[in-house]
Design a protein around this ligand. Structure first.
Ligand code: MRU
Length: 352
């Protein structure tokens, strides 16, 4: 069975992150002592990928209150919790999992009747650990639900990294690949390099290599050729937020990949925890898209590749209309169009 990468680790009352900005050259676990350090880690993508960001933010909330004096009253404790929640929520705007995790923590704490600071701290930590554990379970379910869709498929194409490094489990888009491998079906993954931050080349390629699975890195502009010439049986991507109508945001470039898949009559699957579906967002146009620093585009690593002062457009994500999605692969099962109705129905169905 594929081992999940240790993206967010809690040991001896300490939070650690695998610093993904250093991969694939160095595999370094960094200590996160406080909420500002967690905010920075999310902002600069030391931890990234929607589910992992949610887990990291949950631990960030605990870091924000863990040193409050023991005589802190419940109301002062909750006030600090809200302040830390609001602060962490400013780190990255697009992945709804960040807000989902923070809101779930706040709701559970506000509904509790703990009075002492130590009981409240323990409850915050227990919630963060529960969110981490549930993301592991969610990844496994996505993997199980995705495997039947890949029957007879020998190669897939993916964009960005929606693997183990993006979750605290075996991933979302890559979960069916790992689950299929566990059953003896080895699927070759073509990984778009994913400019500008190269999550595909640096992270997807690295984690698949670590797992001993076949992977080929391509530049983003090779996707059409690969779809035509390399027997791609499906495209699977992750996502950062699904609107109520099935439009979804994912790493910039996903929209183009979806259009290419349609042109080549290749199934286009979106794998996501159900918590990534944001019923409060009616459609893709309402999703806030993170804009990032110009340097990410005007340089390649430390080397400048565009003239000083040139205009740069650098959205971190794009929105793909629901009409391009063959199905969503979620922990609640495979959901097909019509998405507005079927996502709502899956949400209403009691969990087994
Ligand atoms: O900017 P990133 O690296 O956080 O973007 C990640 C993605 O776009 C992933 O595809 C998405 O978060 C899904 S991760 C399971």
């Amino acid at each position: 069975m594929t081992k999940a990468q240790p993206t967010v680790v809690f040991e001896n009352q300490t939070v650690y992150l695998l610093d993904q900005t250093l991969l694939p050259l160095e595999r370094v676990m960094i200590t996160i002592p406080d909420a500002p350090t967690m905010w920075e880690a999310i902002k600069v993508l030391r931890v990234r990928g929607a589910p992992a960001i949610g887990v990291a933010a949950a631990f960030g909330l605990w870091l924000g209150v863990k040193n409050l004096p023991e005589d802190t009253t419940r109301s002062a404790f909750l006030e600090k919790l809200i302040e830390t929640r609001d602060y962490l929520a400013t780190s990255r705007p697009t992945a709804v999992n960040l807000f989902w995790a923070l809101d779930r923590m706040m709701q559970r704490l506000q509904a509790s009747n703990f009075l002492s600071a130590s009981d409240l701290k323990n409850a915050v930590l227990a919630q963060a650990l529960a969110i981490k554990a549930s993301e592991e379970q969610t990844s496994n379910l996505i993997g199980e639900h995705g495997v039947p869709l890949l029957a007879g498929v020998s190669s897939i194409l993916t964009h960005c990294n929606a693997g183990s490094l993006a979750t605290t489990g075996i991933g979302t888009a890559l979960a069916p690949i790992y689950a299929a491998a566990a059953r003896g079906q080895i699927i070759h993954v073509y990984a778009d390099e994913t400019r500008p931050l190269l999550q595909g080349a640096r992270l997807t390629a690295w984690e698949l290599q670590q797992a001993g699975l076949p992977v080929t890195v391509i530049t983003d502009n090779m996707a059409a050729t690969v779809m035509r010439d390399k027997n791609i049986g499906a495209v699977i991507v992750g996502c950062d937020r699904v609107a109520a109508n099935g439009d979804f945001a994912n790493k910039i470039g996903t929209y183009g990949v979806a259009i290419l898949a349609k042109e080549h009559e290749i199934a286009f699957y979106v794998a996501a925890p159900f918590s990534t579906i944001d019923f409060a967002t009616p459609d893709g146009l309402s999703i806030e898209i993170e804009q990032r620093h110009a340097d990410e585009v005007s340089s390649f690593g430390l080397r400048r590749t565009a003239p000083e002062g040139v205009n740069v457009f650098n959205p971190a994500f794009d929105v793909t209309p629901a009409k391009y999605v063959t199905a969503f692969i979620t922990d609640r099962g495979v959901i097909r169009a019509p998405y507005f109705e079927n996502l709502k129905a899956a949400n209403a169905k009691p969990l087994e």
